[in-house]
Design a protein around this ligand. Sequence first.
Ligand SMILES: O=C(O)CCC(=O)C(=O)O
Length: 203
Amino acid sequence: MTADLPVAAGFERVAIPNADVFYLPRLELRRSDAELLRRLVAEVPWRAETVMMWGRPIRQPRLTAWFGDPGSDYTYSGLQLAPIPWTALLRDIKTRVEEATGWSFNSVLVNYYRDHRDSIGYHSDDEPELGERPRIASLSLGAARTFVMKPKTPAADPVRLRLGSGSLLLMAGETQKHWRHGVPKENQACGPRINLTFRTIVR
Ligand SMILES: O=C(O)CCC(=O)C(=O)O
């Protein structure tokens, strides 16, 4: 077993070259997905952030919030985020994710896709503050959406994963070095989805 394998049974390795990606279809949580979705929609101080892309300011097509331990500041696409202190609910979810993975996290980016028109563009989670081999645990709640991974070189085909409610996707090792990922808009209408990507800011 390498240090990049999650501890819990039930994770399947997704067969992707030059990447450590694991998928758990169902993480047992202490509350129903519907309750978590409802409470997070209501309780999180959502922001529609503007980021710099291709030298232009672009309003992100989703809402986000950044929570974490004091000092876990994060900068991406020209956006500087100081963490909001953990709420009891988010701390509880973090503990479950840590128990399942055996990994520890000090921050989470929470993404709110209000409907099928919201999305996240292709990117790598490779900012220096995430360290050399970032470990990311991504919990999905609500409508199923397609998570697409594209290789940075044409050596492999894109990979599409349908992320259902309650699923946990892990990325570790060299994944961010060799792959981009994103969640495109859907053609068919769908309900809201919240995704929590737990991360570790290293200093
Ligand atoms: O919503 C998702 O599944 C992906 C979120 C993501 O890529 C990110 O937060 O960096």
